[in-house]
Design a protein around this ligand. Structure first.
Ligand code: AMP
Ligand code: MG
Length: 397
C-alpha cells in the first residue's frame, strides 16, 4: 500500500496545467495569471493630494504663521485652472490634482480659515509634502504583476486600475460529481428503512465551489453496472470526475470494474491512511478520475489531500499543495494500526504559539464531530504526549 505522500506525488505527476483562457476581470479572482501585466499609465496618473488641506508654495512659509490668499477650491476630480503665485494657495481635497506651482499640501488641521478668502498656515512639518507624485507607484509600461501570480481581491483592484477589463488566467477544470449507492435518497426526502440522504454530492460540490472550479452534479448512480457505466461515461467528458462511494472491497462496489470496462487506467486504489484508505486515482487520457470513499468525512479528507492540489495544478497554481503547518499538540493521542491518521483537530493560537487540539470523533461517518475541526493532524502510529510538535493541514477549504 502506498503512503499519502506517494499518492499525492502520483496524482500530481499525472496532472497537467490546462491551456489559459481570457476571462472578465470579475471572474478572475482565485485564478492564476497566465500573462505578465504592465501598467497602461503612470500610477498615480497625476500629482495628487494625500490630505484635505491647502496646496501652497513652501517658500511662502519661511515665517509662520503665514497668511495666504485662496485662489480656488479643488475637490477630487477637478483639474486646477490656475498656477499658484507668491502669497497664494488653493483649497484641496484628498485625491485632487495639485495645482502648478504648489510643492506642499498643509493638512487642514494645521490651518485656520480667515474672512475674505484668506487662510492662516499655523504649522508646516518639514519633509512632509503630503503629495503623491505622478508615477511614484509604477511607471507606464512597467510590469505590475508577473505570470503565475494568484489573483486575490488586491490584484483585481490593481488590474482595474491599469485598465484591464479582461485578463488571461489558467483555465479552471470542469468537474463532474457522481454519488453511488442504492441506499441514497435526495436531501429533500425523508429516508426510509436502510436509506440515508446523499450528503456527499452536496459537500463535494461545495468543495469545488470553494476551490473556484465549476462543477456539475451528475446525481446518483445505483449499484448496478449499466447505470454506473452510463453516468461514469458522461462524467468522463469533464476534466475531472469525482465518484463517491463504491470503490472499497464490498460485493456491490462495482466502480473499479466499470472503470476497467471504460478504459479508465487505475493508478492506485488504496492509500495507507485513516480515514481515506479506499481512495482511487485513475486517468482517461488527460482526464482525471478520483474514486472517493463513501463515508462523508473520508470523502472530504480525500478531496482536500488529493483532489484540491490537482485542481490547483490544472489552474497553474505555483504551489498546488502547500506544506502543512507545525503546532504543539494539546492532548495525549494514541494512534494504533499501521496507517497514517489524519485526525480532526482544532488549531488555535494560544500563548504566542500554534496549539493543535486533537478532537475525538466517532469516525469517518461522523460529520457532526468533523464540523468542530479546522485542521487535520497528521499522526503516524504511536503515542503522542502533550507538547509534541505535530504537522497539521489547515482546512481553510
Ligand atoms: P461505500 O464506499 O459505497 O461502501 O460507502 C461507505 C459508507 O458511506 C456507507 O455507509 C454509505 O452508505 C456511505 N455513503 C456512500 N455514499 C454516500 C453519500 N453520497 N452520502 C452520504 N453517505 C454515503
Ligand atoms: Mg456504496
Amino acid at each position: 500500500m502506498i503512503t499519502p505522500d506517494e499518492a499525492l506525488e502520483i496524482v500530481l505527476a499525472r496532472t497537467a496545467k490546462l491551456a489559459p483562457e481570457v476571462v472578465p476581470l470579475a471572474d478572475a479572482v482565485g485564478g492564476v495569471l497566465a500573462e505578465t501585466v504592465a501598467s497602461d499609465l503612470d500610477l498615480p496618473p497625476f500629482d495628487k493630494s494625500a490630505m484635505d488641506g491647502y496646496a501652497v508654495r513652501r517658500e511662502d512659509l519661511a515665517r509662520l504663521p503665514a497668511e495666504l490668499a485662496m485662489l480656488e477650491e479643488l475637490p477630487a476630480g477637478v483639474a486646477p485652472t490656475r498656477s499658484l503665485a507668491a502669497g497664494t494657495c488653493a483649497k484641496i481635497m484628498t485625491g485632487a490634482p495639485v495645482p502648478p506651482g504648489a510643492d506642499t499640501v498643509i493638512p487642514v488641521e494645521d490651518t485656520q480659515a480667515l474672512p475674505g478668502g484668506r487662510v492662516r498656515i499655523l504649522r508646516a512639518v518639514a519633509g512632509r509634502p503630503c503629495i503623491c507624485v505622478r508615477g511614484e507607484d509604477v511607471r507606464q509600461g512597467a510590469t505590475v504583476l508577473e505570470r503565475g501570480h494568484v489573483v486575490r481581491p488586491a490584484e483585481v483592484g490593481l488590474l482595474a486600475s491599469v485598465g484591464r477589463e479582461r485578463v488571461t488566467i489558467g483555465r479552471r477544470p470542469g468537474v463532474a460529481v457522481l454519488a453511488t449507492g442504492d441506499e441514497l435518497v435526495s436531501v429533500s426526502a425523508v429516508p426510509g428503512p436502510g436509506q440515508i440522504r446523499n450528503s456527499n454530492s452536496s459537500s463535494l460540490l461545495a468543495c469545488c465551489r470553494r476551490a473556484g472550479v465549476p462543477a456539475d452534479n451528475l446525481g446518483v448512480a445505483r449499484d448496478n453496472k449499466p447505470d454506473l457505466r452510463a453516468k461514469i461515461a458522461d462524467g468522463l467528458r469533464r476534466n475531472v470526475l469525482l465518484v463517491s462511494g463504491g470503490v472499497s472491497m464490498g460485493e456491490w462496489d462495482l466502480v473499479p470494474a466499470v472503470f476497467e470496462e471504460l478504459g479508465v487506467a487505475v493508478h492506485f486504489a488504496t492509500i495507507r491512511m485513516k480515514p481515506g484508505k479506499p481512495t482511487l486515482f485513475a486517468t482517461h487520457g488527460e482526464r482525471l478520475v478520483f474514486g472517493l470513499p463513501g463515508n462523508p468525512v473520508s470523502t472530504l479528507v480525500a478531496f482536500r489531500l488529493f483532489v484540491w492540489p490537482a485542481l490547483r495544478k490544472m489552474m497553474g497554481h505555483p504551489e498546488p499543495a502547500p506544506p502543512p503547518v507545525e503546532a504543539d499538540l494539546a492532548n495525549k493521542v494514541i494512534i494504533r494500526g499501521d496507517r497514517t491518521a489524519y485526525m480532526p483537530g482544532d488549531l488555535r493560537y494560544e500563548n504566542e504559539r500554534w496549539v493543535a487540539h486533537a478532537i475525538e470523533t466517532r469516525g469517518s461517518a461522523d460529520l457532526v464531530g468533523f464540523c468542530r475541526a479546522n485542521a487535520l493532524l497528521i499522526l503516524n502510529p504511536g503515542t503522542y504526549t502533550p507538547g509534541r510538535r505535530v504537522k497539521a493541514v489547515p482546512l481553510e477549504l
